[in-house]
Design a protein around this ligand. Structure first.
Ligand code: GLN
Length: 198
């Protein structure tokens, strides 16, 4: 089983709200030890972190309420490999184009996102995307659920995936932000990519 990319790695999943179990299951299937993160001290010693999908206004409030906001900024800013999916991407972003009143993000990733850019729940879709840098791409099965769009990416941010020409996946240093949910389709590409950074 040593060939599994997660072997020997402890990966945190922020577990305050949203699609926590699906990420945990997928990471375990890749051999990682999963730690559910609800308290600041649970960030210590992690090899990588996943910020799951859910609802960004709620997750913002809960991270502040649980004293996790600054510890997350410190850890991610300090180079902890991190994958943010959907709400997790919004949490990572520097700027939200249309924030709810008082909504904050962790502001680690140099992108601007537009929440709910694909319309309401009824427009949610499953599709196949190309993932990776030009010339080195693989297919990824992706689910979009009230997904955000990356409307602007700063210099130093690499585009990893597009959907209908729009940016839906990026990497900056050890941070990966994606609009969609690979954990719901069972596609392991993004999580393998994260484990490769760990
Ligand atoms: N629309 C949600 C938000 O603003 C994201 C939805 C999701 O994570 N699937 O956070």
């Amino acid at each position: 089983m040593n060939h599994l990319p997660g072997t020997g790695k402890t990966v945190g999943v922020l577990a305050l709200q949203g699609g926590v179990a699906e990420h945990a299951t997928l990471l375990e299937s890749l051999g990682a030890q999963v730690r559910l993160v609800k308290k600041p001290e649970q960030i210590e010693g992690l090899d990588a972190l996943v910020l799951p999908g859910g609802e960004s206004t709620v997750l913002d409030r809960l991270t502040r309420l649980f004293g996790l906001r600054q510890p997350l900024i410190d850890a991610i800013g300090g180079g902890l490999p991190t994958l943010g999916t959907c709400t997790g991407l919004i949490m990572l972003a520097d700027q939200v184009e249309d924030p709810a009143a008082g909504q904050q993000t962790l502001g680690c990733l140099g992108v601007t996102v537009r929440r709910n850019a694909f319309g309401p729940q009824v427009n949610s879709a499953e599709t196949t995307l190309s993932w990776g840098k030009q010339g080195d791409q693989v297919d990824v099965r992706a689910a979009f659920i009230r997904a955000p769009l990356i409307v602007q990416a700063s210099a130093g941010v690499d585009v990893l995936a597009r959907y209908r020409g729009e940016i839906v996946g990026v990497q900056q240093g050890k941070m990966i932000g994606i609009s969609f949910h690979p954990e719901l389709t069972g596609d392991t590409t993004a999580h393998r990519h994260l484990l490769g950074l760990a």
